[in-house]
Ligand binder design. Structure first.
Ligand code: RUB
Length: 308
């Protein structure tokens, strides 16, 4: 197995690659590395190397169905390709897998473009927006609305313990948007005058519940208390098909040292990466298929994943 796959896994685990879309994209690219770097001499040998790579990649961050959905499609593709292919040429097989992965990247680009456009229609000039963590989907929507001439003010939660809110704040300020960062619970004061909360998504369940950066669920409760709309910007590939069968999303526990390098003895440290926001707190999902209610998301996503 090529070491470029291992490097990607390391970068995903260490958060050098951060956010569900970036993780999925890196996973797709790593499949191309696995194909290119495989030393196997037969099509089945290359296939085995690709499958090994998919297993390593999907284990890198457990709460990322978008990555898993694309990896599952890759496995489906190589299985069909082997069954249907007339030649046993390794070179042709490699080329067909690389082409297939490039199609996934193109699909992701087309989907995010549509999502940004739908999201931008929801934002109007003068709006106060609250965000949490760093989601490329959220910043994409806000920057698209800004490009369309809408005057927006954004408050970013800093997002302890890894401060991804700083990435959001930097990106938005650089784009010329009026941006403030606050300590996480300082957001309560801002919600009094906020119009909308926009967050990303790592996973969405069959009942429309949202799994996103820890703190999202508390923010959703506060938004409801202050009568502020709460939307998640999420491509439908964030939907986890396993949730339909009652499988609970695994919440990744991160290194306790991120919270406290050397805690006193007898102090236990908890560091969950994500939490679950119940569908009833979510006004809607901004997706590539339009702005949809939590209860209709699974149906739309299922159709897309099944290729209808
Ligand atoms: C990032 C996070 C983001 C989602 C969506 O967590 O929770 O909201 O991943 O991001 P982490 P995107 O920093 O732990 O990866 O919209 O870019 O897919």
């Amino acid at each position: 197995m090529g070491s470029r796959v291992d490097k990607t896994v390391k970068e995903i685990k260490s958060l050098k690659i951060q956010g569900a879309r970036n993780v999925a994209k890196a996973g797709i690219r790593a499949i191309m590395y696995a194909v290119e770097d495989s030393r196997a001499k037969t099509v089945n040998g290359v296939k085995a190397d690709v499958i090994k790579a998919t297993l390593k990649l999907s284990a890198a961050r457990p709460t990322e169905p978008m990555l898993r959905n694309y990896l599952d499609e890759t496995i489906g593709f190589i299985t069909c390709e082997i069954a249907g292919v007339k030649t046993r040429s390794v070179a042709k097989f490699r080329a067909s897998v690389v082409k297939n992965e490039n199609e996934y990247l193109k699909q992701m680009d087309a989907d995010i473009k549509r999502l940004r456009e739908y999201g931008a229609t929801l934002l109007t000039s003068g709006m106060n927006i609250v965000t949490h963590c760093h989601s490329s989907s959220v910043t994409g929507v806000i920057k698209e609305a800004h490009k369309r001439g809408k005057k927006l003010r954004v408050t970013c939660c800093e997002t302890r313990p890894r401060y991804q809110g700083r990435i959001t704040a930097k990106e938005l300020a650089r784009a010329g948007i009026d941006t403030t960062i606050t300590v996480d619970l300082g957001v309560t004061g801002f919600l009094k005058k906020a119009d909308i909360v926009l967050v990303g998504a790592d996973a969405i369940t069959s009942t429309g519940d949202l799994i996103n950066k820890v703190g999202t669920s508390g923010l959703a409760h506060l938004a409801r208390d202050h009568d502020v709309s709460f939307f998640s910007c999420a491509e439908t590939y964030k939907y986890d098909p396993l949730s339909l069968y009652g499988v609970k999303e695994r919440i990744e526990q991160r290194n306790p040292k991120e919270v406290w390098e050397r805690p006193p003895r007898k102090v236990k440290v908890s560091n969950p990466a994500f939490d679950v926001t119940a569908a009833r707190y979510i006004n809607g999902y901004i997706t590539e298929a339009g702005i949809v209610s939590p209860s209709s998301l699974a149906g739309i996503a299922k159709k897309k994943l099944e290729g209808d």
